[in-house]
Ligand binder design. Structure first.
Ligand SMILES: C[S@@+](CC[C@H](N)C(=O)[O-])C[C@H]1O[C@@H](n2cnc3c(N)ncnc32)[C@H](O)[C@@H]1O
Length: 341
């Protein structure tokens, strides 16, 4: 896997293992210089596009993703030094207590919640790319404290906080003790920052991160290629799965509002995306989940593009958690549409 990806958080539904297959169907930057990513997510597709030499326009409705865009796609120069990381540990006069009050001990242990509160205050007070890199560091810090990088398991964090190591599932014990108990928060942050810097690079072009609905983005962005990797119809929503992270960034509790793309009847919204992107010559889409098959999707895109190719790839989302049965069913469809009808 590419080293630049060490800078990205593990992201539900991220496409880092599929990017090379997607891009081999796309025109090169000399022919199609501007690449638009309407659902940025964990950033793996936009980062790959930047590394390939495209000028990237990326977008997401969620701040958790927009931070990635601003810190690593738009920003081509600024990195975090050791000194920058140490500053996050100097007590900030306006540090809140949200992580301590609402996230410990379900999401993080109290000894990691306190530095997160302080670092979030520094991140919010720092302007420009460095502030975005700080925010991204907080996001990755939080995820580094989660067993398997998601927000499911609470019990292990309680056990770590209480020192009940004998109760912990032996498969996770060593790793969790290492990350949640033994390592000092400053050491965790420095290591994450070093890896984060691997995602900062230039390709000589300007890039832009937008924060909003994919439909508005598609209508208004000027690009040669658009890529869609929306949430899948009828699946658990990002807003629900990522709630603790979104709450940390908001600094208050949130009642999640499910994206319409996650709803069971969301296929109509894919058509709306197609209409909104009429002016963009080349379309690429990655899609999966229980609600759709390759033929239906090809027909839908075929109404708007003359030449539509579909490839099906076996792709296990959250491979560590998926059952053998669901892994077998996990197929990701890649569609490429070219030429107006
Ligand atoms: C499957 S993920 C994208 C993964 C990404 N391609 C990657 O490789 O990491 C889908 C993303 O769509 C975003 N999203 C959901 N509804 C949206 C909307 N209406 N407009 C824009 N983004 C949306 C979610 O926040 C999530 O980050």
């Amino acid at each position: 896997m590419l080293r630049m990806y060490d800078a990205l958080p593990a992201y539900l539904g991220g496409k880092r293992k599929l990017v090379a297959r997607i891009f081999r169907h796309l025109p090169c930057p000399a022919e199609a210089p501007v690449f638009a990513d309407a659902f940025l997510g964990g950033g793996s597709v936009s980062m790959y596009a930047k590394a390939r030499g495209y000028s990237v326009r990326c977008n997401d409705i969620a701040e958790r993703s927009v931070i990635i865009g601003k810190a690593l796609i738009d920003n081509s120069q600024v990195t975090l030094s050791e000194h920058d990381v140490m500053r996050l540990f100097v007590p900030h006069p306006e540090a809140g207590t949200f992580a301590r009050d609402h996230m410990a001990p379900d999401v993080v242990t109290p000894s990691h919640a306190a530095p997160l509160d302080n670092a979030m205050a520094w991140a919010r007070a720092t302007e420009g790319p460095k502030g975005q890199l700080y925010l991204l560091l907080c996001v990755r810090y939080l995820l580094s404290q989660r067993p398997m990088g998601n927000f499911g398991a609470k019990t292990i964090v309680h056990q770590m906080a209480e020192g009940e190591y004998d109760e912990v599932n032996p498969a996770y014990l060593k790793d969790c003790v290492q990350r949640m108990v033994l390592q000092h928060p400053l050491k965790v942050a420095k290591k994450l920052a070093r890896k984060g810097n691997l995602g900062v690079f230039a390709n000589g072009l300007e890039h832009e991160t937008w924060h909003g609905d994919a439909l508005d983005f598609c209508r208004n962005v000027r690009a040669d290629i658009v890529f869609w990797d929306s949430p899948y119809a009828g699946t658990s929503s990002y807003e629900r799965e990522m709630r603790p992270l979104d709450e940390m960034l908001a600094g208050h509790t949130i009642e999640p509002v499910k994206s319409r793309f996650s709803k069971a009847d969301s296929l109509q919204f894919l058509e709306e995306l197609f209409v909104a992107a009429e002016h963009i010559p080349v379309w690429a889409m990655s899609y999966g989940g229980p609600a759709i098959d390759a033929e239906t999707l090809q027909q839908m895109m075929g109404k708007y593009r003359r030449d539509v190719k579909v490839e099906a790839h076996k792709y296990a989302h959250l491979a560590a958690l998926a059952s053998a049965e669901s892994k077998k069913k996990n197929v990701e469809l890649i569609l490429i549409g070219k030429g107006q009808p």
